[in-house]
Design a protein around this ligand. Structure first.
Ligand SMILES: *[C@@H]1O[C@H](CO)[C@@H](O)[C@H](O)[C@H]1NC(C)=O
Ligand SMILES: *[C@@H]1O[C@H](CO)[C@@H](O)[C@H](O)[C@H]1NC(C)=O
Ligand SMILES: *[C@@H]1O[C@H](CO)[C@@H](O)[C@H](O)[C@H]1NC(C)=O
Length: 222
């Protein structure tokens, strides 16, 4: 049985939103977010990260664990998915071989009552020095991104997980195929997907940068 040990509790930061424009690259907002992250990384002379569908699917599961409760992401009532959920729920839901779960070294999480396009989500997630530090971390090898609304509407969650796992030996999909589930979109699976467009609604933005990049977030053992 896999045991997960959190070594460091992430700090929570509160930020606000801003707009930006970039060109559309795929038909999946999570893929577009990864493209934006990688474009920015390579412009900064960091390597491009592998978009790992297993990790990205786990990012979607991670979001769903909040059950649409933005307030639970950060602030005084901050919660995070229980450690055991990675091996017991997220991995099986995604068809990820639990023995290939690798350390998730950093994460970015945003929650909004309005759907924004991926380039805007990128700049929203980056509105913090710590975010850039995470983005440019040279230890990262892979990334996975996900976005979903809640019950077909607001709030919308964006989640980016980074790992320094060994390429193609981490978050391995059983049978090599990602288990696509709706609602929600995740990156890396060549899956056409649209984020719910609810842009007519004005609303609050909650953005939390969660990081455990100083130490490995958790470790798996037997
Ligand atoms: C990378 O993203 C940051 C934060 O949005 C921005 O300030 C910077 O200009 C971007 N760099 C490039 C090369 O696009
Ligand atoms: C990269 O990993 C090494 C070895 O684990 C660690 O000492 C270093 O602090 C890490 N660098 C960053 C920027 O996280
Ligand atoms: C990793 O991926 C490369 C390129 O797709 C492949 O040649 C190699 O066999 C893979 N390694 C493992 C351990 O699966």
């Amino acid at each position: 049985m896999a045991m997960i040990l959190w070594l460091l509790l992430p700090p929570f930061l509160f930020l606000s939103v801003s707009a930006n424009t970039q060109t559309k690259v795929t038909d999946n907002p999570a893929d577009e977010l990864v493209a934006a992250l990688n474009a920015n990384r390579t412009a900064h002379k960091s390597s491009s990260l592998t978009d790992n569908p297993g990790l990205a699917c786990i990012a979607l599961q991670y979001i769903k664990a909040y059950q649409g409760d933005c307030d639970a992401v950060g602030g005084p009532d901050a919660k995070k998915p229980a450690d055991s959920e990675f091996a017991e729920t997220f991995a099986p839901n995604c068809g990820v071989d639990a023995s290939t779960l690798s350390p998730i070294t950093s994460r970015l999480l945003g929650c909004q009552s309005k759907y924004v396009q991926p380039p805007e989500a990128f700049s929203m997630l980056m509105k913090n020095e710590k975010s850039l530090e995470i983005l440019y971390n040279k230890n990262h090898t892979e990334v996975g991104a996900a976005v979903t609304g809640t019950d077909g509407g607001a709030p919308f969650f964006w989640c980016v997980l980074f790992s320094s796992g060994k390429l193609n030996n981490s978050f391995v999909l059983e049978g090599g195929v990602a288990k696509i589930s709706r609602p929600g979109c995740f990156s890396g699976a060549n899956d056409k997907c649209s984020g719910a467009d609810d842009s007519s609604r004005p609303g609050h933005v909650w953005l939390y940068v969660l990081t455990a990049f100083i130490a490995v977030g958790y470790a798996f053992g037997l």
